[in-house]
Unconditional design. Sequence first.
Length: 467
Amino acid sequence: MAGIKGNDKWRLGFHLMPPAGWLNDPNGLCQFKGVYHVFFQYAPDDPNGGMKYWGHYTSPDLLNWKYEGIALSPEEDFESNGVYSGSALIADGKMNLYYTGNVKLKGDYNYITDGRQGNTVLVSSEDGITFGRKECLMTNADYPSGLTCHIRDPKVVTGKSIGKDDENYYMFLGARTQSDVGEVLVYKSSGLRDWELVNILKSKDPFGYMWECPDAFTAGGRKFLSVSPQGVEQSGVDYQNLYQSGYYELTGEFDQSYELKNFREWDRGFDFYAPQTFLDESGRRILIGWVGMPDEPLQSNPTVEWGWQNALTVPREILEKDRRLLQYPVKELERLRQEERILDMSESSEEMETYDIEVTVLSKDITITISDAIDLTYSSQTGQFGISFRQDKNLGYGRGGRAVNIKECRNIRVLVDTSCIEIYLNKGEEVFTTRFYPEGGRSCFSLSEGKAEIKYWKMEKMAVAEM
Ligand code: FRU
């Protein structure tokens, strides 16, 4: 494993990150026998990425974490170039992990039909820590014709969780067609091993060339399909990152006739991709995303010099309102708050490493400024909320501005964690997640325009036990 170097002030206080090395997608999210499990795409030896394993954290309460080491390593022929993304299905009293066994072949790895295999693999566990024999359930020869070799990231769910009144399981697989259109394959099974293709989900007009990391669920009685599309062009303030992630409302049925409506981005910040959701044992739907972005210039994350790169978002509870999804930090995080303070509108807060701000907006326009370097602004004239980095301060390492159109800005919650900011507008109608790199991992904030009631709390750091 690559080591963490020196006294790194950008290590995070209440976000999960790699012990050392590189992290990408959250995988296998679940609660099993009372314990929360967060697996993640992990290249332990190099902060710039490399061969993919599954790293593993567990927690009884989403606050106290234990690093359990590497859960899955590439050791079989059907996964010789990486244990890629996947999900957990709790069934038959076991934790069943489905993932993509990635194999590079001679030929064009990045394109059409010959350069790679995306095998669908199952491995189960009785205790959530040790895993049995891996079984390759499907290879590229089993997938429908007309696709490229880009097929991956199985999300397996119960029928009940997607609005079916049956005892079947459903698998969603991301795919790229030979005419460069992203879509999702839907399989069904009455058990864990034999899968039958029952549908292919696509948007009315093509939307990107590949849909990675699909997810499917109901919320508020409506059905939703989440995907991470590659190859979508920027349009105004929308789709400004290299790759996107968002969700459609699905009307009809996942396994029959359907329509995908109103793609909405999950998060408007610079650093967010490949989210996954799960239902916990109390029935909450919780989302965790990757705080990072594939293939962006590496110098935009200066933690590479310290031996690590990327993180996961805090767990966010998902609720449906008016046919769209709200995301809000799970309640548990409030237990990290120290005493409540009120910010005098004319002052700046002290410098802090980890803090949580709740702003009730009392004017039409507002700007909150972090360390005289990052402005969070709502303008009633443009009808936009935006985050912008002042370039002379360079806390964003190349990041500029991002915005969203929103009718009004009633409240703003900001989680600041040494080098990561998550911003929730109007209780989670819109979210922005972004890295920033203040000196010493400390920042302060002030109200630079408008009127507001501002409460804030210094946050304790989460406990993360090493192996
Ligand atoms: C998304 C992704 C997945 C793949 C994994 C590999 O970021 O490209 O499609 O399974 O990362 O690490």
